[in-house]
Design a protein around this ligand. Structure first.
Ligand code: MG
Length: 338
């Protein structure tokens, strides 16, 4: 097995702002695993929130020796090997896991969803994310999101009320809210969520800092909207501890080290009676398509990461008025654009 990788700079259509900060460019790392003249594609979209950068991804990948394994089918052994190399490095590990899955699908000549026994007509409608912005920009973004029936609204900055007013003036669509840890005390979070209950919101993601799980549990006892853990939910091992505070989890391949662990997390969350969302970072169609193959298994999809960019070098999953459309190409079903 041969591993190679390179950095790619994804450009965003608009500066993207959440409670933590703003950016216009996303550095990702594209990975290729090659054996038997078949190339599997993977991708890392590192997040500073979890201590990763494109440099740390490349540094980790440089320590991975895939030549010691006979074939990409050794998924479990390779995952254990990568976890043994270093803690963290979630997106770097995910990149290899995605590439191995793509390779296996190509080798067997079947799409991933079929390998997993899933029904592709059961893919979900993805939400489209509106970042924190001034009213005139928000109006424009809502207009651009016309074909998407569900919007995910980023709050947790200093103009939550203004943002919701602007959006509700423009549309009656289903809204999901993500505070990205932005409401710093349980009293503020309670007040905000009580207000959002009147605004036709479906659920609230990560209302408070991940460090205050007890605060989230306190809020949950006092509100009617479901609460979904994102920054609080990184890997499989986190799930049991979240039952006391959350109704659901947001799985991202870039946090959980890839598809193999994501599937374990979906079943684990189900056994805990929790809802499951699959989300993304700003990513190319490689990682977005990988996550899209999981969507027949889950409740909520938030997979607009590639739609927010202008120079995606791959084509893969498509969206038909927001509904995820998977192709019948083998593996991920992703092709590099010419
Ligand atoms: Mg989130």
């Amino acid at each position: 097995m041969k591993l190679s990788f390179y950095r790619y700079d994804l450009k965003l259509k608009h500066p993207f702002t959440i409670a933590r900060g703003s950016r216009t460019l996303e550095h990702v790392v594209i990975v290729q695993v090659e054996q038997d003249n078949i190339v599997g594609y993977g991708e890392a979209a590192p997040s500073g929130r979890y201590g990763e950068t494109e440099k740390s991804v490349q540094a980790f990948l440089s320590t991975v020796d895939l030549a010691r394994f006979e074939s990409p089918f050794e998924l479990e052994t390779i995952s254990e090997y990568m976890d043994g190399l270093a803690e963290g490095n979630y997106s770097a590990k995910a990149a290899i896991d995605i590439a191995l899955h793509d390779w296996i699908g190509k080798k067997l000549d079947i799409p991933l969803y079929r390998l997993w026994g899933l029904d592709k007509s059961k893919t979900l409608i993805t939400s489209f994310t509106i970042g924190i912005d001034k009213p005139e920009v928000i109006e424009k973004k809502v207009e651009e999101a016309q074909e998407f029936p569900i919007l995910k609204i980023k709050l947790g900055g200093d103009n939550d009320e203004e943002i919701m007013r602007t959006i509700r003036k423009a549309t009656r669509k289903t809204l999901r809210v993500d505070a990205n840890e932005g409401w710093k005390t349980k009293e503020v979070a309670l007040e905000k969520i009580k207000w959002l209950e009147q605004e036709g919101v479906e659920f609230v993601e990560q209302p408070m800092p991940a460090s205050d799980l007890a605060g989230v549990a306190w809020v949950r006892e006092r509100v009617n909207l479901p609460l979904v853990a994102d920054e609080n939910c990184i890997r499989l091992r986190d799930i049991p501890g979240l039952m006391q505070a959350y109704d659901g989890i947001n799985i991202k391949l870039m946090k959980c080290t890839g598809l193999r662990e994501a599937i374990k997390m979906i079943h684990s969350a189900r056994s805990c009676g929790m809802k499951v969302m699959v989300g993304c970072m700003v990513e190319t169609s490689v990682a977005i398509t990988a996550a899209a193959h999981l969507s027949p298994l889950i409740d909520y999809a938030d997979l607009d990461g590639s739609v927010l960019t202008t120079n995606d070098p791959f084509e893969g999953v498509r969206f038909d008025r927001g509904k995820i459309v998977l192709s019948d190409l083998p593996g991920l079903g992703v092709k590099a654009k010419d």
